[in-house]
Design a protein around this ligand. Structure first.
Ligand code: HEM
Ligand SMILES: *[C@@H]1O[C@H](CO)[C@@H](O)[C@H](O)[C@H]1NC(C)=O
Ligand SMILES: *[C@@H]1O[C@H](CO)[C@@H](O)[C@H](O)[C@H]1NC(C)=O
Ligand SMILES: *[C@@H]1O[C@H](CO)[C@@H](O)[C@H](O)[C@H]1NC(C)=O
Length: 496
């Protein structure tokens, strides 16, 4: 008798569960992509850990290259294969081209004026067009490359000074300042941070603080109902930082407007071009948009570039035979001891391979910059529900053993005989993203990185601090807004 009751009970439960499940199904007719089972309230947040790119790469081995997760209240779809990345960023690019905006970036209404976070609309198109033709075109970059050469010289001088004093160089910090000054000279034709002295470090610290703040996981992004409370104070601090940096930009613009009134002012750099546009067609670009664009350029271009440089140096110090091979190429093509010029890059194929290999294993933005769908979108038979955040795990794609032989081995040679490039056409290597949202700063980045790296290699030999053997170098990653090195790379330069 008791057995029958239990059986009936089980049957009842089964019918209930089945009923609820099919009810759920019929509500959204198509299936969600597979994924881990969400807990109440937090969903799958507990699975992310402090290195979400690795956790999600592991989960995708179980659930597949398209996964559906629930991060707090936010539905999140994670793409982890080159085939699906092509689907999202090429075939269905428009449907996936809007951004999911972290709350921190709404400070000072930045996201309403930012080329990085605006949805695909006419303002975004105008800003992209202005950037492409006035900052990142080949002609414009050629015209101000002499200013960047000076900053590379200063980097090398700084290393010479350290060498003379027997000090180590913190490669990440040196790279950060250099990237900042390369950018500020490209835009304003001047330094915003006194190179390698700590007297005028305010601007550098500001950009640094913005990266730190933006990199913190924010509860508001997973539980939007907390937005008014701002429990971690992130929006509040970000508002301070943004206000300071926008005021700084505003000061520079005032200064320039004054100079332009003087007869002898040459009127030829990027800022002049932007001011010309805002004078001729203020409906396209006004002063606020110029200030916010500068903020965008520094925020998007500094940490990405300097992290890539630090990782490249770390990989070379860990692999001395690759470093030597790069030095041989430099000695042969441009002569030992010389700085690398942007025009030299074309003749330095091995150096270019090193940069690609660095971007493959250490993409500065492991999830690109998050995308978002505004409507239900069908993708490979699954439904990506309206308002989902979409992450493309380029870190996982760069280490996919189905695409790369011995993916964990740093081997620039793999690109010598290959046509694969980083420009968004080859979806096995998309550190700059792809499609209409591809990084507009790519043409500048692929000049700055090889020039800085090549110059450091062609003027010095490098020894790891404290006699650490190359194979013992700590290569641990630290997840933040960009993927950095957990332990700073410290190395001693020995002039060649
Ligand atoms: C190694 C260096 C760099 C890397 C790896 C990198 C990577 C990226 C990635 C992955 C995206 C998002 C693309 C997507 O969603 O498909 C992006 C966007 C962007 N990057 Fe870069 N970037 C670098 C350097 C720069 C530089 C030097 C600048 C400018 C000075 C810059 C400016 C931007 C801007 C403005 C966007 C937003 C574009 C949009 O949303 O329409 N980046 N970058
Ligand atoms: C992106 O956002 C804009 C503005 O909110 C909207 O008009 C557009 O439809 C969105 N695009 C897609 C593909 O959902
Ligand atoms: C941001 O935009 C909102 C509404 O568009 C406006 O009320 C507010 O004053 C703006 N805040 C700032 C700091 O510009
Ligand atoms: C800005 O406009 C002035 C005056 O029309 C012109 O001489 C100058 O070349 C322009 N500058 C740029 C960078 O386009």
């Amino acid at each position: 008798m008791e057995n029958v009751t239990i059986l009936l009970g089980l049957l009842f439960i089964w019918i209930l569960v089945y009923g609820v499940m099919s009810l759920g199904r019929s509500k959204n007719k198509k299936r969600l992509a597979p994924g881990p089972f969400p807990l109440p309230i937090i969903g799958n947040l507990h699975l992310l850990g402090d290195k979400p790119h690795i956790s999600l790469a592991k989960l995708s081995k179980i659930h597949g290259p398209i996964m559906n997760l629930k991060l707090g209240q936010i539905n999140t779809v994670v793409i982890s294969s080159s085939v699906l990345a092509r689907e999202v960023m090429q075939k269905r690019d428009l449907a996936f081209a809007n951004r999911s905006v972290a709350d921190a970036l709404r400070a000072r209404n930045h996201s309403d004026f930012s080329v990085v976070f605006l949805p695909v609309n006419s303002r975004w198109r105008t800003l992209r067009k202005i950037m492409n033709s006035n900052i990142f075109s080949g002609n414009k970059l050629d015209a101000n490359q002499h200013l960047r050469t000076k900053k590379i010289q200063e980097l090398v001088d700084h290393c010479h000074k350290s060498a003379k004093n027997g000090e180590t160089v913190d490669i990440g910090r040196a790279a950060f300042r250099t990237s900042l000054n390369l950018l500020s000279n490209t835009i304003f034709s001047k330094d915003l941070s006194d190179p390698f002295s700590d007297s005028a470090k305010e601007f550098k610290d500001l950009v640094w603080s913005i990266m730190v703040e933006a990199g913190k996981p924010n509860l508001v992004d997973y539980f939007p109902f907390l937005v008014k409370i701002d429990p971690q104070g992130i929006r509040r601090r970000m508002t301070d930082h943004f206000t300071k940096i926008l005021d700084l930009m505003s000061g520079l613009i005032d200064e320039r407007l004054k100079e332009r009134k003087l007869r002898n002012h040459a009127n030829v750099d990027v800022l002049d071009a932007l001011l010309n546009i805002s004078h001729d067609s203020p409906e396209e670009l006004d002063r606020n948009l110029i200030e916010q664009m500068c903020l965008d350029l520094f925020a998007a271009g500094t940490d990405t570039t300097s992290n890539t440089l630090e990782w490249a140096m770390a990989e070379l110090l860990q692999n001395p035979h690759i470093l030597e091979k790069a030095q041989e190429e430099l000695a042969q093509m441009i002569g030992r001891g010389k700085l690398v010029d942007e025009a030299d890059i074309a003749q330095l194929p091995y150096l270019r391979c090193i940069v690609k290999e660095t971007l493959r294993i250490h993409p500065a933005l492991p999830f690109l910059i998050p995308r978002k769908v505004e409507e239900d979108v069908e993708l490979c038979g699954y439904i990506v529900p309206k308002d989902s955040q979409v992450l493309v795990n380029v870190w996982a794609i760069g280490r996919d053993s189905g695409l790369w032989e011995n993916p964990l081995v740093f081997k620039p040679e793999r690109f010598l005989e290959s046509e694969i490039d980083v420009r968004g056409q080859d979806f096995e290597l998309i550190p700059f993203g792809a499609g209409r949202r591809i990084c507009p700063g790519l043409p500048l980045a692929i000049r700055m990185i090889p020039v800085a790296l090549g110059s450091l290699l062609n003027t010095f030999n490098w020894k790891l601090q404290g006699g650490i053997a190359p194979k013992d170098l700590d290569m641990e990653e630290k997840f933040g807004i960009t993927l950095g090195k957990a332990q700073p790379l410290l190395a001693t330069p020995i002039p060649l």
